[in-house]
Design a protein around this ligand. Structure first.
Ligand SMILES: [Fe+2]
Length: 323
């Protein structure tokens, strides 16, 4: 698959020069036909043609249903070895303090709960075993940082967490379809916020476009779509509190990964989150990100060693490993 060299337009007003990109708000950029075709190819390649055809979509619908059942969820999860292993691993982790090993998927679902499974399901879509480790680390930091900022701002923490965790889904998918070529482009970005302009010049679209379209295929609520897909936009282009929390959380994550802040956090959050609070949250953000990363690292290692069959056949090795 060859990415098109696209032209960035602002809905009929003509081509934009690179310096206009941020001013226009990247999440509002209208794609050329060629870039739109490339976007469709990316989603087809990722198995996200529609939520009905996507395993992730089916699981997320069950998790979001008011009468979702553990038994139905088990039937869906069992078809995904990696996800089943992660749910079992989490149920057996120290955080849940179970005195005996949990070896039944249905028991694990009950112990862990739908919210945590939703997190694991969404994070599984990131294919972190196939992208550079610093990218997965960044997404985890972004999720917990966005959650912390949301807490201070009084906006829903789970939504901020989800949007932060998956904001860079588009990067994983671009990496996959360009067979790693996208990594070379990423390395040219001096700061995460300079990446979208580079993507636009190379592909005619940004990873924010890809994330937004994937979210829509999953039928995520529009506020979540907006929050995830505006995470590089200029702060004065963002008006809803959830998107602001995710945008500031992104800047916080960049700082935690060794970068410099680009935003005035106090101004962006109307004084709810200030730089001094980073000290208070940093330990928890790093620890939680590391815990979730270890669940995934373990499961990728386990999957590599498992050769075939459904996850049920692997309950014994899972149990042995967990003891
Ligand atoms: Fe991003």
């Amino acid at each position: 698959m060859y990415p098109p060299i696209g032209k960035y337009t602002t809905g009929g007003s003509g081509e934009c020069v690179m310096s206009d990109v941020h001013a226009a708000g990247i999440s509002d950029a209208v794609l050329t036909e060629e870039a739109a075709r490339f976007l469709e190819e990316i989603l087809i390649e990722a198995g996200m043609v529609s939520s009905d055809q996507s395993q992730f979509g089916r699981i997320l619908v069950e998790l979001g249903s008011p009468d979702g059942s553990a038994a139905r969820l088990e039937r869906l999860l069992i078809r995904d070895q990696g996800l089943s292993a992660r749910v079992l691993r989490l149920a057996n982790s120290a955080s849940y303090g179970m005195s005996r090993s949990v070896t039944s998927l249905q028991s694990a679902i009950t112990i862990v709960g739908f919210t945590s499974i939703r997190t694991l399901t969404m994070a599984s879509a990131m294919a972190w075993d196939r992208v550079p480790e610093s990218w997965s680390e960044f997404s985890l930091l972004h999720a917990y940082a966005a959650e912390s900022v949301a807490w201070q701002m009084g906006v829903p923490r789970p939504d901020a967490f989800s949007a932060g965790l998956l904001a860079d889904l588009g990067r994983s998918l671009l990496y996959k379809v360009t067979e790693g070529g996208y990594e070379l482009l990423s390395d040219l970005a001096e700061h995460p916020d300079s990446l979208p302009a580079l993507e636009l010049s190379a592909y005619g679209l940004t990873h924010q476009h890809v994330t937004r379209e994937a979210f829509r295929r999953w039928r995520f609520p529009e506020p979540l779509v907006a929050a995830a897909s505006s995470h590089h936009d200029r702060i004065d282009q963002i008006h809803d509190p959830l998107s602001l929390a995710v945008r500031v959380g992104h800047d916080v994550a960049a700082v935690l990964q060794g970068g410099n802040p680009h935003l005035d956090w106090a101004q962006a959050t109307d004084g709810h989150f200030i730089e001094a609070q980073l000290e208070m949250y940093e330990g928890a953000i790093r620890a939680q990100a590391s815990d979730l990363a270890s669940v995934f690292a373990w499961s990728y290692d386990w999957l590599e060693r498992s050769s075939d069959g459904e996850v049920a056949r692997h309950f014994a090795p899972v149990r042995l490993h967990l003891q």
